[in-house]
Design a protein. Structure first.
Length: 285
């Protein structure tokens, strides 16, 4: 220590070395740590790493074998804003998993085994801007109100999943959505899907890889690109009549004929009764 109270260069090096050693001690096993960042990419981890510094802002768990994200351990990382879990084994139920990381802005769950997205999956992530859940081949359903609380969501990717249908209101009610990945899914282009295709055509959202957004079923529309399929669906759904439509029209016609016949009979009966009544009145006079 110099007379001025400032540490000598050697002392500074010792202090820095102690700080670096402390940082290494606090870093999870087989992970690398920098300022506010923990990177565990490709370390063949089977479980969520322990002893993650509580001030971590960016956590990268890509390319591991993690099958479960513990909600309690995640909740300790209250300042986390970036979480990359792509290429893991996450699946089944993720409801309430992210309840303690409300500041999360970026979440990548692509290349996993997700099966469904419900309202409880991401409802607590009110600051979420980027959500990637592409390349989950077992993802078969996304609830209608799944993103109701994610009003800041700007980038959403659901490409290359098992989705066959997506309700229009699920994405239409996201005021900040600008990017929506939909390619290489098993879209079922029936009359219920017509509203969604119309929204795609009229919205200001960017759809990357648009050439690979096409119908998978029914057979007559397979490989037909969206939203070009809109015209065909308009013809099929709004002008063409099916067997049940003809049955309905026949029933309506029969009901109208029966009602008209009954009404005419009642009117005639009333007329006759009135005429008889007036005739009897005249004879009495």
């Amino acid at each position: 220590m110099s007379p001025s109270g400032r540490p000598q260069p050697l002392s500074l090096m010792v202090l820095l070395g102690m700080g670096m050693a402390s940082e290494r001690i606090n870093c999870p096993s087989r992970c690398s740590c920098q300022y506010l960042e923990v990177n565990c990419t490709g370390q063949q981890l089977q479980e969520f790493p322990a002893a993650i510094p509580l001030d971590t802002r960016q956590l990268i768990l890509a390319a591991n074998n993690v099958s479960y994200l513990p909600a309690v351990e995640l909740s300790f990382l209250a300042d986390l804003i970036y979480l990359d879990c792509r290429k893991n084994l996450l699946g089944n139920d993720l409801d309430f998993t992210f309840i303690g990381v409300a500041k999360l802005v970026y979440l990548d769950l692509s290349f996993n085994n997700l099966t469904q997205v419900t309202f409880s999956t991401f409802s607590h992530l009110r600051s979420l801007v980027v959500l990637k859940i592409s390349d989950n081949p077992n993802l078969a359903s996304i609830e209608k109100d799944a993103f109701a609380n994610n009003t800041w969501l700007r980038h959403l990717d659901v490409s290359r999943t098992g989705l066959t249908f997506l309700d229009t209101s699920t994405v239409q009610d996201l005021p900040n959505l600008r990017f929506l990945g939909l390619s290489d899914n098993l879209w079922h282009c029936n009359c219920s899907f017509l509203d969604f295709i119309t929204w795609m055509k009229e919205s200001n959202v960017h759809f990357p890889d648009a050439d690979n957004i096409s119908c998978y079923t029914p057979e007559g529309l397979r490989a037909l690109k969206m939203p070009a399929v809109e015209a065909q669906l308009h013809f099929n759904c709004l002008t063409q009549l099916y067997k049940q439509d003809y049955i309905f029209l026949c029933l309506m016609g029969f009901c109208m004929f029966f009602a008209g016949t009954v009404a005419a009979f009642l009117a005639s009966a009333c007329a006759v009764i009135y005429k008889v009544h007036t005739s009897n009145g005249e004879e009495a006079d």
